[in-house]
Design a binder for this molecule. Structure first.
Ligand SMILES: Cc1cc2nc3c(=O)[nH]c(=O)nc-3n(C[C@H](O)[C@H](O)[C@H](O)COP(=O)(O)OP(=O)(O)OC[C@H]3O[C@@H](n4cnc5c(N)ncnc54)[C@H](O)[C@@H]3O)c2cc1C
Length: 404
């Protein structure tokens, strides 16, 4: 599956950080993880640190899938408002999802401190109303979150102008957000795992899976066999190819970075993730070297060549939109790209087994705009499943919520 246009930004920025050998022999392990993006890295780390023997296989170079093009804003605020999630799954479930995502930011902070040098930085998240008619929905969202003790602040138009330096009818300011270099985190984590004895192999494509009641056998294109007690399919947006019925829609997203910008010019933007109530939304973050990273303009395109042809026009449109808010910012795109992502109906991910394959083959589908946050939660959830322990998110993040 072609996941992105051209060379992925984070890989270009970091260069090839670490090489891993392809798998040329047969292996046995407790848990095999198929997919070496950020999801596979977080899951392999979770299992390995808790005494499981782990092997990881990826068909590409590690981290070279969606994780290398992700804009990697880390937010507990998922694409579906808590108010809307409560209407769909009930308020306790919505609260559980949102609170768990707050926990995920803390888990990612602890992980980044352990892995070191990952471009992780804590920041605020500012969710602004794009139009006056969105004000009521934002207010409801703010009140529900405030009632449940989330650290949120209501900004009216004057506050947005005075404190953030642009014009919007109102905004919710949330603490507890962060940003990271997703490729760097993935590669540094895999290098550490490899040093700790985890079998990490790239350029090794899994083409056949036989899931039985006592274990799972994987076969690679190169002819190696992996026998594992459990397998986790952390295959990103390609994961749906192993399911007869689709569980999410593929979409395309677009982004660009500028050259580094003076810190005085960036002002509060340097420590704030900005996003809006319009859908698809415009969003902005900064990078460790003070570039502006601007993204959005998502569309329903699912044909890579068509997606890639749109990159320049989409970058121009993103730039125009942001210039209206911040006319003084230097917003010339230095590098622009597109990536495929997938979206579920309710904005929640899927972690766990699917009836089609039995209980030992687990899927890790961190779909939606908050995939990295979800993957952090999914790692703990999947370990609980394999160790036959209860986990609060098992049901809400399972295929069971679709009746599958
Ligand atoms: C443009 C864009 C912006 C995004 N912005 C954000 C954001 O701001 N915040 C956020 O939290 N999330 C964001 N996301 C989502 C986030 O990037 C994803 O959730 C995350 O990168 C998915 O990681 P992954 O490891 O599951 O998938 P990938 O990184 O794609 O890794 C899956 C790996 O599986 C391998 N694979 C697939 N099939 C096989 C096979 N048969 N055998 C062996 N290997 C296989 C692939 O080669 C690939 O390397 C964004 C995504 C995109 C595209």
């Amino acid at each position: 599956m072609d996941l992105k246009s051209g060379y992925p930004w984070w890989a270009v920025k970091n260069g090839l950080m670490h090489a891993f050998p392809p798998l040329h022999r047969d292996l046995r392990c407790d848990v095999a993880v198929v997919g070496g993006g950020i999801t596979g890295a977080l899951i392999a780390d979770e299992f390995a640190r808790h005494g499981h023997e782990v092997a990881v296989l990826d068909e590409r170079d590690l981290g070279w899938g969606s994780s290398a093009v992700s804009t990697a804003l880390l937010q507990y605020e998922i694409d579906t408002h808590m108010v809307d999630l409560a209407k769909r799954h009930g308020e306790p479930a919505a609260l559980l999802a949102y609170r768990s995502c707050v926990d995920a930011i803390e888990l990612l902070a602890a992980l980044a401190a352990r892995v070191r040098d990952t471009g992780f930085r804590r920041c605020d998240s500012l969710y602004y109303a794009s139009r006056r008619r969105d004000m009521r929905a934002l207010r409801e969202e703010y009140e529900l979150r405030a009632a449940h003790g989330f650290e949120v602040e209501w900004l009216d138009a004057g506050d947005v102008r005075e404190r953030q330096g642009f014009d919007a009818p109102c905004a919710i300011l949330s603490r507890r957000a962060a940003q990271v270099d997703p490729y760097r985190l993935t590669l540094r984590l895999f290098a550490q795992l490899q040093r700790a004895g985890v079998q990490v192999h790239d350029r090794s494509r899994v083409e056949d899976i036989q899931a039985g009641s006592r274990g799972v056998t994987l076969r690679t294109t190169e002819g190696a066999t992996v026998r594992a007690g459990h397998v986790v399919m952390a295959t990103g947006y390609a994961g749906q190819q192993w399911l007869r019925k689709r569980v999410a829609r593929n979409r395309s997203s677009y982004a660009f970075v500028t050259d580094p910008v003076d810190r005085d010019v960036l002002g509060t933007l340097r420590r704030t993730l900005l996003w809006e109530s319009a859908r698809p939304y415009l969003y902005v973050r900064t990078t460790a070297d003070d570039r502006l990273l601007v993204g959005g303009e998502d569309d329903a395109v699912d044909v890579p060549a068509k997606r890639d042809r749109r990159v320049d026009a989409k970058a121009r449109k993103l730039r125009r939109k942001l210039s209206k808010l911040f006319p003084e910012l230097p917003l010339e795109p230095a590098y622009a790209w597109a990536g495929t992502f997938a979206e579920t109906d309710d904005g929640l991910p899927f972690f766990g087994p699917h009836a089609q394959h039995g209980p030992r083959l687990h899927f890790a589908m961190a779909y939606g705009g908050n995939g990295i946050t979800y993957s952090m939660l999914g790692a703990g959830l999947l370990r609980a499943r394999v160790e036959r322990r209860r986990h609060p998110l098992s049901r809400l993040f399972s295929f069971g919520r679709l009746g599958l």
